[in-house]
Structure formats: C-alpha cells, structure tokens
Ligand binder design. Structure first.
Ligand SMILES: Cc1cc2nc3c(=O)[nH]c(=O)nc-3n(C[C@H](O)[C@H](O)[C@H](O)COP(=O)(O)O)c2cc1C
Length: 202
C-alpha cells in the first residue's frame, strides 16, 4: 500500500484510503449494517448521537437523484460505487427535557463516519468522502429539515481496476501522505511543537 506511519499504529489507519475506482457490485445489507453499527458506537456529547445516514444504492429509486446532486467531477467516478450515503447531524439535543444547541454535532458525526470507514475496510470495502455536492438541492429533494446539518456524502464500494475509472483520475489513484506530527501537535499553544522528534527510529 506504500503508506508508512511515523509512529507505531494499527495498520488499519494507514490501510484506509479513498480510491475512486470501484467495481459497482451490489453491497450486501450485512456489510452496511456492520459499518453503520460501528458508526453507532462512536462517542458523542451527552451521548446525543447526532448522526443520521441516508443511503442510496443502484436501482433503489434514489440512486440517480443522489448522483445528480454530485458536482460533475465527482459524478465521473462515484457512479461506480455500490452505495452513496448522505451524513446528517442533528443541530440540537435534549438536555434533561430541554432542547438546546449541540455545539459538537458536526464533530460527533465526524467520529461516526471514521468508525464507519474503518469497519467497512475491515470487511473489504472502501469509502470515499465527498464534499462536492449541492447541499441546498440535497436538503430540498431529500426533504431534510433545517434541524439537521448536511455534513457530507460518502461513496462506498469494492475497489475495481483502473479500466473502469475515467482516465482523468488514474494518476491520483494511490494513497496519499500526511503532515507530520511536528506540524500538527503543539505544547499548550500553537507556537511550540509538542514533540521535537519527527519520526521514531526505524
Ligand atoms: C468531508 C470530505 C469531503 C471530501 N470531498 C471530496 C470530493 O468532493 N471529491 C473527492 O474526490 N474527494 C473528496 N474527499 C476525499 C479527500 O480528498 C481524501 O479523504 C483526502 O485526500 C485524504 O486521502 P485518503 O482518504 O485517501 O487518506 C473528501 C473527504 C472528506 C472527508
């Protein structure tokens, strides 16, 4: 896979990446259920579980409308996915009988999506987050009330070969890298890196 972690981690984290070449084969309910089950166990503020997932699969009557929401460039590859999932999050929560703003609804939905992606990978399925879609049209056409934020879409599929992928994306069809910890983790405030050493000795 060509990704090397700078510090010891479970291989799952570097093995998850976002391909655009998919086989288009149907995804079994069991796979989706397991991935959503993993998402369900994500932590959230006051255990509000603000995430909601809307699923479309080829032939289910929703698929074409979901594809239609995508920016044209994303439509070029996402049509070969096995499912498109729209992630929503509830903006408010119930605190001891009172409805209050939930300031971490997006943060918590992000945790759930990460669980989803990793569980899918453990089952042999890849995911690809999509921010390039028409959120206003999604809200209107899928009847999403204002109480819910529209967070992102996710394409899920089994990796296919390059033949099925628009040539425009061939060069980018490989796992990318990450900014090092030295530029990411700081001691107390943004001025000083928390750790001087960039990588553990090999
Ligand atoms: C919220 C979100 C939105 C994204 N939007 C798009 C998108 O519109 N089109 C696309 O091709 N990739 C999109 N991506 C994929 C990212 O570019 C990709 O996750 C990032 O480069 C890191 O690569 P990796 O997932 O392979 O590790 C998105 C990812 C996330 C999490």
């Amino acid at each position: 896979m060509g990704r090397a972690a700078d510090h010891p981690i479970h291989p799952l984290f570097v093995d998850r990446w976002s391909p655009r070449s998919f086989t288009g084969e149907p995804v079994p309910d069991a796979v989706l259920k397991s991935a959503f089950e993993a998402a369900r166990w994500a932590p959230s503020a006051m255990n509000a579980q603000p995430w909601r997932f809307l699923v479309a699969r080829p032939g289910d009557g929703w698929w074409e409308s979901y594809l239609d929401l995508l920016m044209p460039r994303n439509r070029l590859w996402a049509g070969r996915a096995s499912a498109l999932i729209l992630i929503l999050s509830a903006r408010r929560l119930d605190r001891r009988g009172e409805t209050v703003e939930n300031v971490s609804h997006s943060f918590d939905a992000g945790a759930a999506w990460a669980n989803f992606a990793h569980q899918a990978l453990l089952l042999g399925w890849h995911t690809h987050g999509i921010g390039g879609f028409d959120r206003e049209a999604a809200r209107e056409r899928l009847h999403v009330p204002e109480d819910f934020a529209i967070e992102a879409m996710v394409a899920l599929g089994r990796r296919g070969d390059l033949d099925g992928l628009d040539p425009e994306f061939h060069a980018a069809e490989a796992p990318n890298g990450r900014r090092p910890l030295i530029d990411t983790v700081f001691a107390g405030s943004l001025e000083t890196p928390a750790f001087a050493q960039e990588k553990d000795a090999a």
